[in-house]
Design a protein around this ligand. Structure first.
Ligand code: PXL
Length: 294
């Protein structure tokens, strides 16, 4: 089994960051180590959240793992809370990045605005972190802050998006995956650019009439999982977009749904099935009942 590590916060309530990454990556058949950057009572869209900064623990944890000779097939970073944490993560890439695919989700903004606590200076530092990544996964707002350009809102053409993707590629990553792109009413999706192959690819689904926190983390987790299980970046985008849309759809079907995050839990069996072993012990197929159940 491959081991990967994800570096982001624990929002105790909120269905985002580590509380979605860990279950999703486990369901996809990956050992998922975690490097928690902070513990918050909720994600930052609630008012009055608590915040325990774990910056001082990160280097010691990394040094212990290095002393143990541990390595990772992939390193996946999400929400990082300060410029100091970006520096520590850069050091982590230097220690463990040689044999690992590095996926950076530059979590910091959405809908044209930075999340609470983030600054344009932080965004510029995040752009430097992206230089070390194999793949980056910004939404359109984050891409604008990374590049220091105005957020285009919904007034853009395919040519504009191609320019943005080429400029993201110039930061350094091989593949830039831009989420939340729409060229047609009712359709929303992802457009990506592979710098080495000089190739664009894209995938769109129906635009469901709601927006929830944590869906970017769900997409990034499922994407990193699919990539780590051997799928190409293009296939991983499909897996991740289909799973994310399924989670949103399930959520909207429940009139009593939570407002702070989506129902990714009841959608997990879809991912489990997609990545199930061909044969279970005793020659059972993965669709059969567990041993011992009648
Ligand atoms: O979903 C991204 C995210 C992760 N972690 C924290 C957040 C957010 C988005 O608001 O507040 C703490």
């Amino acid at each position: 089994m491959k081991r990967i590590v994800t570096i982001q916060d624990i929002s105790c309530i909120g269905k985002c960051s580590l509380t979605v990454a860990l279950p999703i990556l486990s369901a996809m058949g990956l050992e998922c180590a975690i490097l928690p950057t902070a513990v918050l009572s909720t994600h930052t869209m609630f008012r009055g959240y608590t915040f325990r900064d774990l910056t001082d623990d990160l280097t010691g944890i990394a040094a212990h793992w290095e002393a143990e000779g541990l390595d990772f097939a992939a390193i996946y970073t999400g929400y990082l809370g300060s410029a100091r944490q970006l520096e520590i993560v850069e050091d982590f890439f230097a220690r463990f990045g040689r044999s690992a695919k590095i996926v950076v989700d530059p979590v910091m903004a959405d809908n044209g605005k930075l999340y609470p606590g983030f600054t344009e200076e932080f965004a510029a530092r995040m752009a430097s972190l992206c230089a070390h990544a194999d793949i980056i996964l910004p939404n359109l707002t984050e891409a604008s802050f990374l590049l220091g350009i105005p957020y285009p809102g919904d007034r853009y053409t395919r040519a504009d998006i191609e320019v943005i993707l080429r400029r993201l590629a110039a930061l350094g990553p091989r593949v830039s995956v831009l989420t939340g792109v729409s060229f047609e009413p009712g359709r929303l999706g992802v457009m990506a650019y592979d710098r080495e192959d000089d190739r664009f690819f894209e995938y769109y689904r129906e635009h469901l009439p709601a927006s929830f926190h944590g869906t970017g983390d769900i997409f990034a987790s499922a994407f990193t999982g699919a990539l780590s299980r051997g799928r190409s970046a293009e296939e991983a985008i499909r897996v991740a977009a289909d799973y994310t849309v399924f989670c949103i759809d399930l959520t909207l079907r429940d009139p009593d749904h939570r407002t702070y995050g989506v129902n990714f839990e009841e959608a997990l069996p879809v991912l489990c099935a997609e990545f199930a072993p061909e044969k279970l012990p005793g020659g059972r197929s993965s669709s059969e009942k567990l041993p011992g159940r009648s």
